[in-house]
Design a protein around this ligand. Structure first.
Ligand SMILES: Cc1cc2nc3c(=O)[nH]c(=O)nc-3n(C[C@H](O)[C@H](O)[C@H](O)COP(=O)(O)O)c2cc1C
Length: 410
């Protein structure tokens, strides 16, 4: 994303136009966004070029249109990388009409054409909007639905499709939402207040590993997906993010210009890294699954396998949240997580009090490792609010909204 905040310059919006019959309506979207003061760029798929000529978009946006993934040999500078510029600087990307084909490519991380390659190059905190349009049977197809859900789970906003008469002659869900509506809703999201602008959020994420020899450890299956969703939601709300994470898959790391990642392995390292970043944080979110015990002694060489039973003496790891929260200054907000198999709300409320949290999220076992889970928010006055099953992006947004509100109250 541009380093200058969008409020001080025209938002840069990249439209990714696909080969659907509704492509002509994208011209009106481009025109409305430009009239609203945005810097509008357009990238076309090969199929889209068969529906609307690039010249139409060039005339409406006042800018050259990106219509080839591989530029001709005379291109230089930014023009030599049409999949990166302006995509890597975009404040918003709108895929419209989002075809089944392009949705699938982007959901699966494929980039064989300009629009999908642009979509994969967007900064993490870029607003991503998808406006599907297709025949009703295509839309109902489970694989299309699965791909749309995959985009939504990664934070894409879906606008439409609507029900009605379709260009192919059939009736049903599949019409692209009207251009005025798309432009208005995208602008509203883009102009939404950034409640955490100028704030810093420290997020502890992922598992820890407690080694007893160089290759063996005590650990847990935390994927880091909730931490990632929290970091992206915090960046979306305008915050700078310190992200301290245990070992997780690269795809579960949040990427973005305002997100600084520090990798740790053990509970001790987590405590040290978080401690070093604690004072400058306005909000601290404890989403890491810290091992409760570690081997009392670790050896420097791999233990040989023998037929004799191996006994490992365990000792408790430091209580990261309790230790850090003793340094909490007035005005700092700390949010915790609790996972309980029974008597959840009462135990979570007790944990909140003991560890000086300003709110705690109770998650059920189903939240482990997946894209979604069941969550209950417990406020400082021990009121519980059942959120039900949510994807982690939505859950993270709610947590950040509560934390921002707590900041205001303090
Ligand atoms: C007249 C016509 C209309 C089409 N309309 C749509 C549509 O609305 N939605 C869709 O997903 N595919 C539609 N298609 C099929 C796409 O053009 C095709 O899947 C193409 O590969 C999409 O490429 P793209 O996603 O790279 O633009 C249409 C094809 C034709 C010939």
């Amino acid at each position: 994303m541009n380093s200058e905040p969008p409020s001080e310059r025209a938002p840069l919006i990249l439209l990714g136009i696909c080969g659907g019959i509704a492509a002509y309506k994208a011209v009106e979207v481009a025109s409305r966004l430009r009239k609203a003061g945005c810097e509008v760029h357009v990238a076309l798929t090969d199929a889209a070029r068969a529906f609307v000529a690039p010249l139409t978009f060039a005339a409406v946006t006042g800018r050259p249109v990106l219509d080839r993934l591989i530029p001709d040999g005379s291109a230089a500078g930014d023009a030599a990388y049409p999949h990166l510029y302006p995509a890597t600087r975009a404040d918003a990307f709108i895929l419209l009409p989002a075809t089944a084909n392009s949705i699938a490519k982007i959901a699966r991380g494929l980039a064989p054409d300009l629009v999908s390659a642009c979509a994969l190059s967007l900064p993490a905190d870029c607003l991503r909007v998808c406006c599907p349009a297709m025949n009703v049977e295509m839309w109902r197809n489970p694989v299309v639905q699965e791909n749309v859900r995959a985009l939504e789970a990664r934070g894409w906003i879906r606008i439409g499709p609507e029900s009605g008469a379709l260009a192919c002659g059939m009736e049903g869900e599949g019409r692209m939402t009207e251009p005025a509506d798309i432009a208005e809703r995208a602008l509203a999201r883009l102009r939404a207040p950034r409640p955490l602008a100028g704030r810093r959020v420290l997020i502890l994420s992922g598992p820890t590993r407690e080694h007893f020899d160089p290759v063996r450890y005590i650990g847990n299956p935390s994927s880091g997906k909730m931490g990632r969703a929290l970091a992206l939601a915090a960046a979306e709300a305008g915050a700078d993010v310190d992200f301290v994470t245990g070992p997780v898959a690269d795809e579960n790391l949040p990427r973005g210009p305002r997100i600084e990642i520090t990798r740790i392995v053990s509970a001790d390292e987590l405590l040290a890294a978080a401690h070093a970043r604690f004072d400058r944080a306005d909000i601290v979110i404890y989403a890491a699954a810290v091992a409760d015990y570690r081997p009392a002694a670790a050896v420097g060489e791999k233990l040989p396998k023998t037929d004799a039973p191996l006994t490992i003496q365990l000792e408790p790891t430091p209580d990261v949240a309790a230790t850090l929260n003793t340094h909490k200054r007035s005005g700092q907000v700390a949010i915790g997580f609790a996972l309980q198999t029974h008597d959840g709300p009462a135990k979570a409320a007790a944990k909140m009090k003991k560890k000086k949290f300003d709110g705690i999220v109770l998650n059920a076992l189903d939240a482990l490792g997946g894209e979604s889970g069941s969550y209950t928010w417990i406020s400082p006055d021990a009121e519980s609010e059942e959120w039900g099953t949510l994807n982690k992006t939505e859950c993270a947004r709610r947590i950040l909204a509560r934390a921002a509100a707590a900041l205001k109250r303090i």
